[in-house]
Design a protein around this ligand. Structure first.
Ligand code: TPP
Length: 799
């Protein structure tokens, strides 16, 4: 259904009530899905129980989660009906992603699975392949994961279901995202924060999100908070977040299916009504509509064994994983399993050949309407490349290196402004209330912040805004992930230190991408671009709490096929880096650069070449006297480290002109790693051309020194690298004091370079004394004048 078709829909007639015959069909379909769920967990043979069940038909290791699965299966079957009745485009997000066998069962029953994996075909042999592959070596994981067609959400690390749902819905006006949330998951901080997503959802231009809180009242071994909360409190909680919740509760399958069908129909009708109103000529109303939400309260492990060895299982936490664990050894358990499985009537659901009987197969939607086949869910099948402007249009003029200052991220903001203009429906910036603070405010020249509930006097805020500012790194990052995984582009810009709040999400996303690359049917998606700014070196207003470059450490440990880390030293390098990242696919790109005015080194053409190489010698800053070997190499990675290194180079050139040294700047951090560790790793020849094979290197690095040592591991003679990085020293102080406190100042670098140089050059002793004296002077000066010494503050390259 398109937006325009909506106008023709009579809101009261969309989904008819569920009649008895249709209900019988739904229940049988649900039986088939429950049967295949259990079969996947237990069976290695005899997939249709055509023979009596024997111990040797059971897998040796029983790995899977039953408890959540009947609920997931019910929702899937009901959504199938909704899709067939309405033509809705539905993305299913399974928050309890540990219910993998349930979603795989449904994607198989609807036929998508066999199309993607022809080996798992729609007959008995295919069923055998289906059950054998589940949670077994060479098979598929136990979770709804990358190999599951139609999935954009792993659900392994709980908490992000609703966040991903909103990300998928933004700028996707025809999409309905049905998001099942576990009541255990609902205890996580990210999930609790994600209910607010509806206040950022534009019914005119975005799709809809239908939260379905699956209240089975138990987690792994204890009750859930919401499961035990008084029902009025739960309803008030959801109401307070802005939803209109309805409860479907019970343990009688017929009644619950009936009630759920009614609740789903009315939720759908309400969603369409909200959208219809917003999209009508007279629409454009502000305010957050009261979107529907469903609470599904059913027993955990519903329809499974009620008791095992006299101990209650159904409706308790004991149903969470494998309710009958001893089936291979215990004949009574085996018999109980067989009774349980036969209760789903496999002989009625599947025909003689092992295919789902025609009457039931007809209950699934067809073609791309099937949830497993939704094009947007299977990666970038709908991905249009961004229309990007030429970075040169935003260039900072640099005639002489290190003589002018500029706010580098401001230039990026100008570029992003034009990315918004050229790509009005498939690019968004996500930020925890920091777009202005991080100097990206030019985007507000063309696009507003999003919030449905604006007031006169708000700054660049609109109910249709597409700059996503919410003070939740989890929401920012997860919305972007959902947006990317459904075929769009974006950037998450955040204070460097607080990127750690959502670091775990970045890890999970990197894992997803790594796995996705192995699946030819998953089209590439736009990379997750994370701009880390307001960095540890320049947290002028804040100080120690705001200093933390740890996301670099986290990311460099991830698989090299999907992780990239860039530290452009200036604006022009940032522009080319951003251009590269926005064009790239299937990576997590970290881009690290501060927002404060900073020295500029390369003109736009030189910056392009430098970024393309990833690392290079800056001959103008060194003093290597032709082709002779250097006495020492100064290396710099990051904007502030580059500034201190260049200032150190100027001191060396002035005071010890006979010292031979090279200056090397690195933009692409992963070039440092050996080539067998990361695809960007420099060849040994190139590495030695830059750093020599026995010369000491004094390296100023933006992040923790250990991170660089980790990358250097495996390089010949790696102990030559003497790294000055951020060493957890900080407070609210001057910019130069920050580098002094962490011993990365120009004076520290000079002192180390003189100490590490192959020979003592004339003038070295005097320069040492000068540096020590300057550090003493700095200490006294900032305490007296409360700012940096003018010779540091206003320093530029002397020639
Ligand atoms: C962030 C996170 N913490 C802990 C776990 C371990 N874990 C897996 S399932 C589960 C219980 C989930 O309960 P719920 O969300 O209610 O799902 P359901 O009961 O439907 O299985 C837990 C704690 C996890 N997967 N992710």
């Amino acid at each position: 259904m398109t937006i325009t078709d909506l106008a023709a829909v009579d809101r009261n007639e969309i989904v008819p009530a569920l009649g008895d015959a249709e209900l019988d069909g739904l229940l049988a379909y649900w039986d088939a899905a429950n049967y295949l769920t259990v079969a996947q967990i237990y069976l290695r043979e005899n997939p249709l129980l055509r023979e009596p069940l024997l111990a040797e038909h059971i897998k040796p290791r029983l790995l899977g989660h039953w408890g959540t699965s009947p609920g997931l299966n019910l929702v899937y079957a009901q959504l199938n009906r909704l899709i067939r009745r309405t033509g809705a485009q539905v993305l299913y997000i399974a928050g309890p992603g540990h219910g993998g066998p349930a979603i795989v069962a449904n994607v198989y029953l609807e036929g998508t699975y066999s199309e993607v994996y022809p080996r798992v075909c729609a007959d008995e042999a295919g069923l055998l392949a289906l059950v054998r592959q589940f949670s077994t070596p060479g098979g598929i994981p136990s979770h709804v994961s990358v190999p599951t067609p139609g999935s954009v959400h792993e659900g392994g690390e709980l908490g992000y279901a609703l966040i991903h749902a909103f990300g998928a819905a933004f700028d996707n006006p025809d999409l309905l995202v049905a998001c099942v949330i576990g009541d255990g998951e609902a205890e996580t901080a990210p999930l609790e924060g994600s209910w607010k997503g509806i206040r950022f959802l534009d019914p005119e231009h975005d799709g809809a999100v239908l939260p379905i809180l699956h209240l089975n009242e138990h987690k792994i071994s204890g009750p859930t908070v919401l499961g035990r909360a008084p029902q009025e409190d739960l309803l008030e909680l959801l109401h307070g977040h802005g939803y209109a919740p309805v409860i479907v509760a019970g343990d009688d399958p017929r009644q619950v299916h009936q009630d759920f069908a009614a609740a789903l129909a009315s939720a759908y009708e309400e969603i369409r009504a909200i959208q219809q109103d917003a999209r009508a000529e007279s629409g454009h109303a502000a305010g957050t509509p009261r979107w529907p939400a469903i609470v599904l309260r059913t027993p955990k492990g519903w329809t499974g064994p009620q008791e095992v060895d006299g101990i209650p299982v159904e409706g308790t936490f004991r149903a969470h994983q494998v309710p009958l664990a001893g089936v291979r050894e215990n004949p009574e358990h085996l018999a109980q399993l067989e009774r349980w499985m036969r209760s789903y009537r496999p002989d009625v659901c599947f025909d003689a050949g092992g295919a789902l009987v025609t009457e039931l197969a007809a209950l699934a939607p067809e073609g791309d309407s099937r949830m497993g086949a939704l094009p947007a869910a299977n990666g970038g099948l709908v991905l249009e490349p961004l229309d990007l402007p030429d970075p040169a249009a935003y260039a900072v003029a640099v005639t002489q290196p290190a003589t002018t200052r500029a706010e580098s991220t401001r230039k990026l903001g100008e570029l992003l402004r034009d990315v918004y203009v050229r790509n009005p429906t498939n690019f968004r910036l996500f930020s925890p209330d920091e777009a202005n603070s991080n100097r990206l405010g030019s985007v507000f020249e063309v696009e507003d912040r999003m919030l449905r509930d604006g007031r006169p006097g708000d700054d660049h805020l609109s109910p249709h805004g597409r700059v996503m500012e919410v003070l939740s790194e989890h929401n920012c990052q997860g919305w972007l992930e959902g947006y990317l995984l459904t075929g769009r582009h974006g950037l998450f810009a955040t204070y460097e230190a607080f990127a750690m709040v959502s670091a775990s999400m970045a890890i999970q996303h990197a894992k997803w991408l790594q796995h996705g690359r192995e699946l030819a049917w998953r089209a590439p998606v736009a990379s997750l671009n994370v701009l880390l700014t307001s960095t540890c070196w320049r947290n002028d207003n804040n100080g120690f709490s705001h200093q933390g470059p740890g996301l670099i450490d986290t990311m460099i440990s991830m698989n090299g096929s999907v992780v990239r880390v860039y530290l452009p030293p200036d604006a022009n390098c940032l522009l080319w880096t951003a251009d590269h990242c926005l064009r790239s696919r299937d990576y997590v790109n970290l881009v690290v650069i501060d927002k404060q005015p900073e020295l500029q080194y390369l003109d736009i053409d030189a910056a392009r070449e430098h970024c393309a190489r990833g690392a290079g010698e800056w001959e103008w800053a060194g003093n290597s006297l032709g082709r002779e070997d250097a006495d020492v190499v100064l290396a710099c990675i990051g904007d502030v480290p580059t500034q201190e290194t260049i200032a150190a180079a100027a001191l060396l050139r002035e005071h010890v002109p006979e010292l031979r040294f090279r200056v090397v700047n690195v933009v692409d951090l992963m070039t440092i790693a050996p080539a067998d560790v990361h695809p960007h790793g420099m060849s040994r020849d190139r590495f030695e051309a830059l750093f020599g094979d026995s010369t000491n290197i004094v390296c100023a690095f933006h992040g923790y020194a250990r991170a660089l040592h980790q990358l250097l591991h495996g390089r010949p003679n790696a102990s030559r690298f003497h790294v000055h990085g951020y060493s957890e020293q900080g407070t609210t102080t001057t910019p130069f004091d920050m580098v002094v406190l962490n011993e990365m100042s120009r004076y520290h670098l000079v002192l180390d370079a003189l100490r590490r140089a192959r020979r003592i050059a004339p003038g070295a002793l005097a320069l040492e004394r000068h540096c020590e004296a300057m550090l003493v002077r700095h200490h006294a000066y900032i305490r007296e004048h409360l700012q940096d010494m003018p010779e540091v503050r206003d320093w530029t390259w002397p020639e």
